[in-house]
Design a protein around this ligand. Sequence first.
Ligand code: SF4
Ligand code: SF4
Length: 420
Amino acid sequence: MSGTIDDKTLKCIRCGFCLSACPTFRLTGNEADSPRGRIYIMKSVLDGEIPIDDGVLQHLDSCLGCRACETACPSGVEYGSLIEQFRTKIEESGIRPTSQSFARKQMINVMTSPSAMKLAVTGASVMTKLTGKVGELPQFAADLITGTPGTHVKMPSIPSDLVSSKLKTFYPAEGERRYRVGILAGCVMRVMFNATNLATIRVLQKNGCDVVIPESAGCCGALHLHSGFENEAKERAKALLHSLNNSDFDAFIVNSAGCGSTLKEYGDLFAEDPGYRDIAMKLASKVKDVSEFLMEIGISVPEGRFNETVAYHDACHLAHGQRITSEPRRLLASIDGLKLVELPESDTCCGSAGTYSLFQPEMAVRLQQRKIDFIETTGANVVATGNPGCLAWIEQGCKERGLNVRIMHPIDILDQAYNG
Ligand code: SF4
Ligand code: SF4
């Protein structure tokens, strides 16, 4: 990644503007759980003043990687890449028990392998139906990945409309062709939210796009990268770059905020690698979140209506990672019948944060409950958000509380409006 960790920590002038933006600091009030505190810890380790010990591990593990501090920072601290680089350092230090590190990596490997994920999702779905209870990770797995025996780890909700139909490789534009775009079908999206992938394709076709789905365009490496497994992330990123290298797209569309954010930063990831730097930068320059792209090209107004009250939750890697906040709202506001209501603290993390709800379950549940409290105040019967983790985690929280609220990707809502 461009710039050393030292350079990035030096940019922090300790002004504290980021503190009130940080969800973990707001919950604990502990400086060591704030961005400024964490940067201080990282710098102390880098300067050799303190070792990477259990205390360092605890305060850095409890960071969501939500990047709200980056948006708030007047000094341009690139906290997202700072924490990613430092987490790699932590994993390499050997401080974490080998069994825990191995279990975490295997869990991410399962999540990012569509065939393994399909098996896991089917198993979890059957268990949930049989027991009638909110899904929990088996205790031995929860003990291993959290490192704290007896910890309960709630599973994100599994969508009831799992659509497993295989995607075609090409979908022609409706009417006059305006653009030729590629889509990242992804790994988690491909299994858990294939219905949203199909809706994304239909919406793009409707708006004059030839849509290409590169069969091999799966995992982008985001989950590995956010968890400190940089080598594994790079392996996946390289595979993706190879599979797309000869493609000629006007834009490469992503409907998962976490993946879009990572893809847009591929140039940084390969900054020191002359073999991949240029193709990484070329791909990064074409990446667009689906709402960003649609608002840029201008969409045809849906003829149908969507008569629901919708609250929009900003996925962290869309709002803070990509600074995209107005596009999804404008997209939703363009739909007849849809009443868009503001969700308090809409850009505060819901606790999902990639693997956070699995690895840091206690803090994740506190943030989830806070999010659900706010959702209840809006009176909305639909919550819209553009990231698979948020979709599944917020839905789990709403179901558990017995709320009659649907959680939908903005593109699913637009697609429904197009279909009357
Ligand atoms: S806002 Fe930026 S410069 Fe100020 S303390 Fe936070 S990270 Fe450091
Ligand atoms: S990434 Fe999020 S949780 Fe971590 S320090 Fe920044 S604001 Fe706090």
